[in-house]
Design a protein around this ligand. Sequence first.
Ligand SMILES: *Cc1c(COP(=O)(O)O)cnc(C)c1O
Length: 365
Amino acid sequence: MRFTISAPIETIKPYEAGKPLKELEREFKITHAVKLASNENPFGFSPKVKDVIIENINKMNRYPEPIAHDLSRLLAQRFQVGFHNIVLGNGSDDIIALLAHGFLNPGDEALMPHPAFSMYEISVKTAKGVPVQVPLVDHAMDLEGMVKRVGPRTKLIFITNPFNPTGAAITREQFLAFSQKIPQDVILVVDEAYIEFVRDKAVFNSLDRPLADSRVVTLRTFSKAYGLAGFRIGYGVMDREIAEILNRIRQPFNVNTLASEAALAALQDQAFVDQTIESIHKGIDDLASALTQMGFEPLPTQSNFLMVNIRTDATKVFNDLLRHGVIVRSLKSYGFDTCLRINSGTPEENQIFITALKAVLGKNH
Ligand SMILES: *Cc1c(COP(=O)(O)O)cnc(C)c1O
């Protein structure tokens, strides 16, 4: 190409999104495809969300509020923090990028597990930082390994809890032991995109009891348990000084009006979220037992998805499943060549997946 690309950006592999339903339906002329690939909420969202969208639709000729006030206030109240400790984003992806841009000088390092959610690496490289990737051990983050990789240029550390794509999670004690070994000038980003689905009470939740650690930035999203992935809204809870930097560099209208209104309504319908979580737990148990009966060993999960080794080429199975109208995630790009990640759908969707998987894999199952 005739233009010079910034060097770190040349090495970025584009984000691999779960295949959209529309694309599958177009390619295979299928009408009722099932998507279990992006950890979305299969039950939709709270009916209260629909009401506020209709109420606000005629206001969309106006710019959004620069900071969605009511939503920020409700979040602050819920987590017993100040209004100025909340930063809203166009998905939590937005906050990840803001942290990288706000706190990395060229050549500064950000530690992250590997493989992991690819937006950490993409954002760090985009900000001209250097991703330092620490391999998983036994499908879980290697916190000790991360401590060993901390150096004078380390500015950020990304932790995902529960972990995507394996479903593993760390305890509060593990986090505290880890954080004590990290220098005071390193920001600890704790991505809790799936925290609502955690079943084990010992799992670390950075907002349930105040940590009093100004290095910790918690990331949360409305894309998963709340079912608002298409609206694009997430948030971070963080020290006021960090929040000030992110607010300085973010786009002034990064969160659109419908997104903030939807999130505000969703947050006030705890019954819908509780129902979702209960149904997802049942779905995960059903998927795990069906896969176990087929002779596989799905990994234990604290999330709304599970990872399973199907002992054959995952991309081939992924493609064969598409023909049956089912989209899952092949973990080949994560380096798990024979593994799939499947999120729990509705009971019907889970059944369709299991039936399709049996058909694809043949009689032996
Ligand atoms: C889905 C997900 C997010 C949330 O992304 P949004 O931008 O809020 O939709 C963040 N981190 C991880 C690890 C995820 O899997």
